[in-house]
Design a protein. Structure first.
Length: 294
């Protein structure tokens, strides 16, 4: 990390709100890296945040993406257009979708409709020559798969013990302690998520740098709360709760915790999306079981 640079998120003020999406800039053994970049709609805030640290976009050598959901990676192609030397690290599964985001955009526009452009902005392709599909290491960091939230999710462990975790360990709006396991469609995988938890425990990170939102210094306790919350939410959907009942229960969890603001959590990881993601998971399990017995 550069002298005088602290590990703290650059707030992208997504949708005009603070502490919803944050990205991190830090020193690696091959220059400065940015972890996640947010959507194109927040590029002005990203540049402002860099400027407040005495930096500009062209100072960044590497963009490390946790996964390709728009709130984490939507601006990647636009940033590369402006900074052609930027190296974009992404999982091999996600790489084809940032090179050609046509299918992603088409499906997302069906979900978000007229609000897509205001929320996410332009979704530009990343040139193939800028893409670095990740292996086990890059720029001095250990990289490992962390599926569950998305099949293509990866996390980056820095030498100082910071795990840049994306959405692998949920949403927690610091300084609060409540953890919400955001689980949007289409490929939520509870078994994969449990393997992610074990992979993280094996590495014993000192802290989590969370895109949503802030640095959690109590990694072990945070992970325990994440695990417990995921089990609780998954069981609610499996037992037949409606979307409305599920959303009300999630809101109640945040209020009962006394350690979170409902509006922040519902913006960073919309409750309705988590209901749909978990319902799709259980529906697929039921279909697979029926096919096996058929």
């Amino acid at each position: 990390m550069m002298a005088g640079m602290t590990l703290a998120p650059i707030d992208l003020f997504h949708g005009g709100h603070d502490r919803i999406v944050g990205v991190y800039v830090f020193e690696t053994d091959d220059g400065l890296a940015l972890f996640d970049c947010g959507p194109s709609s927040t590029i002005a805030a990203l540049k402002q945040g860099l400027a407040e640290r005495g930096l500009e976009l062209q100072d960044i050598r590497h963009l490390l993406l946790s996964h390709i959901h728009f709130d984490h990676a939507g601006a990647a192609g636009t940033l590369v257009r402006e900074h052609p030397g930027l190296r974009v690290h992404v999982s091999p599964i996600g790489a084809p979708h940032i090179v050609d985001p046509t299918r992603l955009e088409r499906s997302a526009r069906r979900v978000w409709g007229d609000s897509f452009d205001a929320l996410w902005g332009a979704l530009e392709p990343v040139p193939q020559e800028n893409v670095e599909p990740v292996g086990d290491r890059a720029v001095g960091m250990e990289i490992f798969p962390t599926p569950g939230h998305a099949s293509h999710h990866v996390s980056y462990l820095a030498p100082d013990g910071t795990l840049h975790a994306g959405d692998a360990v949920g949403v927690r709006i610091l300084p609060g302690s409540y953890v919400f396991p955001a689980a949007p469609p289409p490929d939520i995988d509870l078994e994969g998520w449990e393997q992610t938890f074990r992979s993280i425990e094996e590495r014993s990170p000192a802290r989590f740098a969370l895109t949503h939102f802030g640095v959690a210094e109590d990694a072990e306790e945070h992970l325990a709360r994440m695990r417990e919350a995921l089990v609780r939410l998954a069981e609610r959907v499996r037992s037949g709760m409606s979307q409305e009942e599920f959303t009300a229960a999630c809101r109640g969890d945040v209020v009962a915790s006394r350690e979170g603001d409902v509006a922040y959590y519902d913006r960073a990881g919309p409750f309705w999306q988590t209901y749909l993601g978990l319902k799709r998971y259980w529906d697929k399990k039921a279909e697979a079981a029926a096919t096996a017995w058929g």
